[in-house]
Write a protein that binds this ligand. Sequence first.
Ligand code: PRX
Length: 674
Amino acid sequence: MDEQKLHQIVHEADNVVPRPTPKEFYEKQPRKSLQNLDDYKRMYKESIEQPEKFFGEMAHRFLSWDRDFDHVKWGSLKEGVISWFLGGKLNACYNCVDRFALSTPDKTAVIFEADDEGECRKLSYQQLLFEVCKLAGVLRSWGVKKGDRVAIYLPMTPEAVIAMLACARLGAVHSCIFAGFSTGAIRERIFDADAKVVLTCDEGKRGGRITHTKELLNKALENCPDVEKVLVYKRTGNPEIEMVEGRDYFWQDEVREYPGYIPPVSMDAEDPLFILYTSGSTGTPKGVVHCTGGYLLGAAMTTRYVFDVQPEDILFTAGDVGWITGHTYSVYGPLALGAATIIFEGTPAYPNMGRFWKIIEKNKATHFYVAPTALRMLKKSGEAEISKYDLSTLRTLGSVGEPIAPQIWEWYDEKIGHHCCHVADTYWQTESGSHLIAPLAGAVPTKPGAATLPFFGVDAVIIDPTSGKIQEGNDVEGVLAVRSSWPSMARTVYHCHQRFLNAYLRPYPGYYFTGDGAGRDHDGYYWIKGRVDDVVNVSGHRLSTSEIESVLLANKKVSEDAVVGISDDLTGQAVIAAVQLKDPHIADDEDSLLALRKELRMTVRKSIGPFAAPKSIIIVHDLPKTRSGKIMRRIIRKVCSGEANGIGDTSTMINPEVVDHLIKAVEQQFGVKN
Ligand code: PRX
């Protein structure tokens, strides 16, 4: 963590006056979820002091239970046992589909905006139920039952939503794999989750291009012998797609045989709903496990209270179901409230920079939720496209995935929201399941750049990382942790509870450790600084430096490497790799250096995905190391950022002479002067 910067952030916050939700917000939708800040404070207090009462009532208000729960909250972070709503039984698919198919069957549930502008499809709740049941029928006939893992490797199409809900209907645990992942990452996730069935499509469409979904999956499955069945949705219908006999079947052919209704399987509240892999600072990606009752309640409550989503609303979350944002705010949150969700297949830049705005105008979207990286790009592209569209239906603008700079926040508020929207910077994580810190619509005044105040049940604390002590009061900074469990918190890492304990519960015993640095200003508002571990956030994509390092190391020419993240104007952070070669002469001339860099970048693209490819690869003679042989990434990060003056203490370094070499290499190859 850059402590100086953090000081500055908290200090600057002194001058920021909190802004109330604009009155136009409620002129557009007069029903109020919350009346004012006192409402928030009263409910927050109750959620912390009497969680059983508070969340017991919320669970009854937001969800339909097949059997009522016996205990609201059970276990403790100290023991590493977290349970909510024990004894309760429910089905997530029933809660997100059947309830509304019964009460408002013709109401739109899913709006599909395809990559090609002309292609749009709507599914009512009744139609969604039909499609989900048909797919669940196929899965059931293949022997998929409660607790089985099903991998979903699908782009942002309604089929991804249908696939998740069909699994949930049967009690099978879905594990979505981001469609931008390549072979190595797909294989690793399918293998780790022990998935026997994969749901996918032939090809995807994105930004005017075809993506080779099935081809990549085929390669990944070469090393996943346990996968027995693959269901392939014909998205483009390309007849050349390679199908493996006896394993691969076409979705549209198979669903024909199955009825439009099959009953949902009643699940225990603590039964897993899904696994989602995420990068940590060490080891392979962690399969974060979320459970049915608590997760669904967190999704529904935050969607209602942070965004103020009502059943008549249309929410456009420009995320991806391959990440947690897509799970919670494209699928489970809006559907659990009976609202409509826009599923967008494409990119903000295709066919032009007006695509998001066109989708909002066309569908009269009321809520828009996106990562700051997209906002930075759109701001840069100018206002011509924005002014062409009527965005007046919008009520809430959300931001997620990385810190939002105050000037981007202001731009979002002014140019997209016309100062009439609730602007919510939402801080949370794959592990938290739903928002941890975010302003509640109509109740919590906002400050540009601040995530503001914790959500109900989130007992946020700031810990001094050196002493491990809780920082009481305001105007403090340190690392962010949570004192007690909240309903949508992850329960474990799939088949490795020790990793869960080590990553989240052991660093500060009795607390959940977020991995982020943060400050709390004089109003008690939280300002998130970013990761304090080796996780890099590129365009809102969470990447582990060690994962990229091992992919580079697999190249025979590389003897050692270190990957770091440095600030980047457009992508938030950028991946930089410092690589030491077995034969240093390989890179002697410009052409072979160029070819080598291309090859290394390609290795990462092919193995993890294009978004993980290093922006720059610096060839070095040696890497800075401690006496015990640990690579000192901090030094590489500082030098690559042009801050060699601030590298601090080098007394533990075994090879201090490397710093000068590194400074030279960075200047020559990366153009950054120190
Ligand atoms: O570092 C924080 C950053 O994203 C991390 C979580 O990444 P992931 O699990 O992929 O989930 C992203 C979508 C929730 C966090 O540890 N992060 C997320 N939201 C914010 C943020 N950093 C600052 N401000 C945010 N609003």
